[in-house]
Design a protein around this ligand. Sequence first.
Ligand SMILES: [Zn+2]
Length: 393
Amino acid sequence: MVNLCYQTFLELVIDHYSYAIESELLAKNILRSITPESEHEKFESSSYLSLFWTRKRNIPKEIVTFSQTPESKRNLQDYFKNYVIPDLNESLKEEFFQKLEMLISNDDTILSRKKKAFRNLQLGEKDKYLTEVFLYAITKPNKCDVTEVDKDTIPLLAQVDQQCPLCHTPLIKVTKGKTNYKFSVTRIYPEFLDSEYKDAYDAIKPKPSEPDDIINKICLCDECSANYIFNPTTKMYEKLLKLKRQSMFVGATSLLFDYKIEDKVKEILEKIATTNPEGDLIKDFRMKPVDPCHKISEDNYLLLKTIKNDNEVFFWYIKDCISQLDANKSSFDIIATEIKTAFLKLESEGYDQNDIYYGIIDWIIRKQILPNSYRDAVHVIVSYFVQSCEVFK
Ligand SMILES: [Zn+2]
């Protein structure tokens, strides 16, 4: 995961040093500054240090505890002030702070309040800022073995088919029965974007109203993620937007990615979504009988029942809406043809009736970018087309 932790912090420092400094030396000096002398012997061993450096271990609790004393803080701040900051490459200094900020802003495990606090600190003295960020970073998981994912990340992994959409590296590795996740959730529109990029980004697609939402995130391998977080480009922004759009079409729906559905379908959906099925408006329509649907296998009881229920309530009402919407019925014909084409496509790929039915529902939702509150209305309209068109023969 490309998150803020001990190793990512130190790597950024080293990458921006004015001369080649060994990671071991820097790691040793920093850990020495935040621990009492009695502990220093431990840090002489490069094998011990490399456990942190190579992300095999988290920073031990006792080091974190030592680091919290006022004396440790003071020592660390002095170290940053007198040794680290002056030794950063002068022409790369700005870039270093920018990258550190980007690393923090992309990290979903940091609360937004904390992020804001860091942003404010960054405007002040840099040594104080680095001290606070580092002391926080060592409390975060440093070990790169991720063996569990939270429920918000599962759909993101599924969307990219568990591989990095940029370089196709598998994001899940199973060795000796142990599952390891190697991916980074990456914001497509970065949370804080420098003004030099902002206009160009906004011209492509403005910042989403909810940047924390899953719609603004994509799973990438750690390397591709770090490349983008630290060097955002409009070219990559466009690419990620496109990949995200594509990735939202999975399973049966993925086959329909290039298929169009008339925008007018939204008008009908809006009407259905806002109509009370028990209300007076459709009372008369409900009285009219609907022919039994013979297109679903007789033993597919539940799907048959779903379609029957939808049509008993809405079939004649939808027919009426469509005729009002479009006097010469051309939109209806287009929508009917598009849905029929989608049905046929999935049928020819060997999907069963349930997969096709729900695949079409997902396709319409994704194609029209509809919120979930529309799902039932889409359901109803697909049932309508099953009943009225030559699909599921
Ligand atoms: Zn990759």
